[in-house]
Write a protein that binds this ligand. Structure first.
Ligand code: FES
Ligand SMILES: [Fe+2]
Length: 372
């Protein structure tokens, strides 16, 4: 008999200091009930990355995505306003837009031809003459909260909740604005599948560089491990390290330059890694209790033909690091399923970001389990 969900949630102690804290119980990472609860709480109530702003710059340009099990479409209206809708036809629920992205004049459902304006209003419903009590205005696409920040579009599935700015906090928005991310250009996207719970990937990301000297020798050669810093905000963590060039492994050193590396994580599942003239965003998406899809978008200051080799090499370095992380995350997931493991302790020097993640998650899961 599995223990009641609430009791399992409350086995985690969010009030403990980092020096005393433990990780959440292994069941959080293995029990399908947690996966379901997270989709309905953590993923539905937080601001979730949907697409890049450059994909939806012109009126009629749209992107379809699935977030927390919900099909969505993001589209720029003729009035220039960016909107998000549930991609669910008001007639008999088919997906209205079926391509990953594109540019159209109106949104036409492929099933029976219901047609919506770019602003979501029902414009045509074929063969509906004579319908009684049928008001087209009551059959608009259902909107979803949508906001842009830097180069990205975010959505919030839950009808009520904080704005994106309130969610992230104005401090980090001002801090990130200084990086001038708008001067970077999107170059490539890579998908990685991890055989682990999504939280294993996030924990690994937030371990304050702890694993870098052991697992990522190339990356370790360009970072100053002892000067690595960890700063928690309201719903984010910034890890940062000076970059060193002396003793750098050649392949990594040639594409990781500048003064500092910045590793930003935003609760729950979005990160960006920044080096001078280089950024990659990471979107961590649960595909089941034991499987995670991680989507990297690579951005560079220069995407001209001359910069192509440099950019390719940079992506290759990221691929190598992902491969190293894929293996260890799979190993961790196997261990979390073992009867020998339940919880573990956190390093005071390194693992403060993980604790913030666990505390925020605990609050969401508890509220969800209590029906709040
Ligand atoms: S389901 Fe869309 S037109 Fe029928
Ligand atoms: Fe790693």
């Amino acid at each position: 008999m599995p223990s009641p969900l609430l009791a399992e949630i409350d086995r985690y102690r969010p009030e403990l200091t980092l020096a005393e804290a433990c990780t959440p119980p292994a069941s959080w990472y293995t029990d399908p009930r947690f996966h379901e609860l997270e989709l309905h709480t953590t993923f539905a109530r937080s601001w979730q990355y949907a697409c890049r702003v450059d994909q939806v710059r012109e009126p009629g340009c749209y992107v379809t995505v699935e977030i927390a099990g919900e099909p969505l479409v993001i589209v720029r209206g003729n009035d220039g306003v960016l909107r998000g809708f549930f991609n669910v036809c008001r007639h008999h629920a088919a997906a209205v837009m079926t391509e990953p992205q594109g540019c159209v004049k109106r949104l036409t459902c492929p099933y029976h031809g219901w047609t919506y304006t770019l602003e979501g209003s029902l414009k045509a419903a074929p063969a509906f003459e004579g319908a009684i009590n049928f008001e087209p205005a009551e059959h608009s696409l259902v909107p979803v909260a949508t906001a842009t920040w830097e180069n990205w579009v975010f959505v919030r599935i839950a009808r009520e909740g904080p704005s994106l700015e309130e969610f992230l906090g104005p401090e980090v928005i001002a801090e990130v604005a200084q990086l001038d991310l708008g001067s970077l250009h999107w170059f490539d996207r890579q998908h990685y599948v991890f055989d682990c719970n999504w939280k294993v990937f996030v924990d690994n990301y937030l371990d304050g560089g702890y694993h870098i000297p052991y697992l990522h020798k190339g990356l370790d050669s360009v970072l100053d491990y002892h000067k690595y810093t960890i700063e928690n905000g309201r719903r984010h963590c910034l890890q940062s390290s000076p970059i060193v060039s002396r003793g750098a492994e050649a392949a990594t050193g040639s594409v990781r330059k500048g003064d500092r590396a910045l590793y930003y994580w935003f609760y729950p599942n979005f990160m960006f890694n920044w080096y001078q003239g280089i950024m990659d965003t990471n979107l961590v998406y649960p595909r089941g209790p034991n499987q995670t899809e991680v989507i990297f978008d690579f951005w560079f200051a220069d995407v001209s033909d001359e910069a192509r080799d440099f950019n390719r090499n940079s992506v290759e370095i990221a691929n190598r690091i992902q491969g190293e992380d894929q293996d260890i995350c799979k190993s961790v997931q196997r261990g979390l399923n073992s009867r020998a493991y339940d919880t573990g302790r956190l390093s005071l020097r390194r693992e403060g970001g993980e604790q913030l993640f666990h505390q925020l998650l605990h609050a969401d899961l508890k509220a969800g389990a209590l029906g709040a």
